[in-house]
Design a binder for this molecule. Structure first.
Ligand SMILES: [Zn+2]
Ligand SMILES: [Zn+2]
Ligand SMILES: [Zn+2]
Ligand SMILES: [Zn+2]
Length: 578
């Protein structure tokens, strides 16, 4: 089936056309899968709908009965165990196996098995005093961190690594005392900033490197005492900074944010954040070769349609969050640490080889349709087969999947080669990361056949109205810890941010605001998370031309053509940056 020309296909889901390139066909042939029937965007949405990262619930462990934090809510139809029970020998996976039934679709049987086999409450390894963290490891004294590891005293973070004393930060590495910052590395004491490295003691930075004591600056290198990109003496700088800080204390933070946005939008931008990339396209790329349509990708080679690929990954397609030695992974999410040949996998972390359609499996090889399996081989729907039987059965099942595909509520067909149907996700759509990138209303999601979970009615009363939050942190004492504070997001916008409507301040958070002299937040953590992610460009590429006069360099950029920013090619950007 190898083709030397591209082919235009119509997406089964959104009906838009998409192109399968000759090298894509080559990849599919290599790993023995048919070409996809969903377009790349619908494939991404489908994969992300199988990931609940940040929605946590209190529920009981179905084995020991203890209350725990979980990504599955109490009334979800899944059996969920705490870490202690799930990793214990108190249950036996061989009791949770199904004989393959050739009269039913594969996906139907997978769901039946899924609802029987014990699930892990969430992913949190080797952490100390950090129980409200998911997809997390080695954190100490952390609260509400997601996709984050090796941090200390950090709260409300997403993709935060090796950092200390940071709050409300996303995609931040090796930093300390940062606040409301996204995409930063090796920074100290910076706030309201993004895409900056090696900066310290600064506020409102964008695309700055190696700067200190700067306020409201864009595209600066090795600078000190700059305000809105202008040099000041140390005395002048300190005087103006003091005035700005007084403004914040008077409750004018929103005004300062707007003042910076108005300045920043008039500056020029590099078409993409790409460093040391050979023959590659996407955004937030570093040390990559032959990677296309990849976002947040580093140390990778020959990958396509990837989102969050890190550390030694090669020959992968349609992947979300893979790394630490992952090779030949296709249509999978959260597959990492020494894995090879995983197709249609979810949460298969640690030493896996040749898995298909498997969920939460580790240290295993040659599994098909398995769930929660550890150290297993040659299993189908968790049932053990001999090596010879296994390969025979798998071939037979693939044929049956094509003859008897799963058909979803919208009439989309899922034969062998499709990722798990979105409507069979174990998580409500609005609790998954798909909602962050492909925003749907409750009505919209339900009309597509996706599940939705309304916020539970809480039995609390709001004790502090948003307008009554003190502006100056000096006017706040420990009594704030008892208050139930109203979120500032208007009622009609709350559905889209998964707003919790009210929030509390935790002790280490209050300590942080006091120490950093920052005002209390006005929004709940979910709304803050949503606002931070809005500062990141979408996972889409547009063909555009450099806007510098006289330059006709073409590039692929995440800046849509109708955006107001001035966008330059690499060369023009480097020439202008000072
Ligand atoms: Zn589509
Ligand atoms: Zn338990
Ligand atoms: Zn909110
Ligand atoms: Zn140019």
């Amino acid at each position: 089936m190898s083709k030397n020309h591209s082919e235009v296909k119509k997406c089964q889901s959104c009906q838009k056309e998409f192109t399968v390139e000759p090298e894509d066909f080559e990849f599919y042939e290599n790993i023995k899968v048919p070409a996809p029937t969903f377009c790349p965007e619908c494939r991404l949405q489908r994969r992300l709908s199988w990931r609940n990262e940040i929605t946590l619930h209190h529920r009981k462990c179905d084995l020991c009965g203890e209350t725990m934090i979980s990504i599955y809510h109490q009334d979800s139809p899944y059996k969920v165990y705490c870490h202690k029970c799930w990793y214990s020998d108190k249950w036996d996976i061989s009791k949770y196996a199904l004989d393959y039934d050739f009269t039913k679709s594969f996906f139907q049987q997978f769901v039946e098995l899924h609802q029987k086999v014990p699930q892990l409450n969430l992913m949190n390894w080797n952490s100390v005093n950090s129980e409200y963290t998911n997809l997390a490891a080695e954190n100490k004294n952390c609260y509400l961190l997601f996709e984050s590891s090796h941090n200390e005293n950090c709260s409300y973070g997403y993709w935060l690594q090796e950092s200390r004393d940071c709050l409300d930060c996303s995609f931040v590495n090796k930093s300390e005392q940062c606040y409301e910052t996204i995409i930063a590395r090796s920074c100290y004491n910076i706030s309201y900033s993004n895409e900056s490295n090696n900066c310290m003691n600064s506020m409102f930075l964008r695309n700055c490197n190696d700067c200190s004591d700067c306020y409201g600056c864009v595209n600066l290198r090795h600078k000190k005492y700059h305000i809105f990109n202008k040099q000041y003496s140390r005395e002048e700088y300190e005087k103006i900074l003091k005035e700005k800080k007084e403004e914040i204390k008077k409750g004018n933070l929103a005004k300062l944010k707007k003042e910076f946005e108005d300045f920043a939008v008039k500056q020029f931008y590099k078409y993409a954040s790409i460093h040391n990339a050979v023959n590659s396209s996407g955004n937030y790329l570093s040390n990559v070769k032959d990677c296309h349509f990849c976002f947040h990708t580093s140390s990778a080679e020959n990958c396509k349609y990837g989102y969050h690929i890190l550390r030694d990954s090669k020959d992968n397609m349609d992947v979300s969050t893979i790394g630490y030695g992952s090779e030949r992974i296709y249509e999978s999410t959260n597959v990492a640490i020494n894995v090879f040949g995983v197709k249609f996998g979810v949460l298969n972390i640690g030493s896996n080889r040749d898995l298909e359609y498997s969920f939460l499996c580790s240290s295993s090889s040659n599994l098909f349709g398995c769930i929660s399996a550890q150290k297993k081989e040659y299993c189908i729907l968790n049932k053990q087969y001999s090596k010879e039987e296994y390969f025979k059965m798998v071939e037979k099942i693939k044929k049956q999947m094509n003859k008897m595909p799963y058909i979803d509520k919208q009439g989309r067909e899922y034969k062998y080669g499709e990722f798990f149907p979105l409507e069979l996700s174990p998580f409500p759509y609005n609790e998954t990361i798909a909602q962050q990138h492909f925003l749907l209303t409750k009505k919209g999601a339900e009309s597509e056949g996706y599940s939705w979970k309304d916020r539970e009615k809480r039995n609390y009363e709001i004790t502090l109205k948003n307008k009554d939050i003190p502006d100056d942190i000096k006017d706040v004492d420990n009594s704030i810890l008892k208050e139930v504070i109203e979120c500032a997001t208007p009622k009609n916008e709350r559905e889209s941010t998964n707003c919790t409507e009210a929030f509390k301040i935790v002790p280490q958070e209050l300590e942080f605001y006091k120490k950093m002299n920052l005002p209390l937040p006005r929004y709940c953590p979910n709304c803050r998370h949503h606002q931070r992610l809005k500062h990141r460009n979408p996972l889409k590429l547009y063909k555009r031309t450099c806007m510098k006069e006289g330059c006709n360099t073409e590039f692929e950029t995440t800046y849509a053509p109708d955006r107001p920013e001035i966008v330059y090619c690499e060369k023009c950007y480097q020439e202008e940056v000072v």
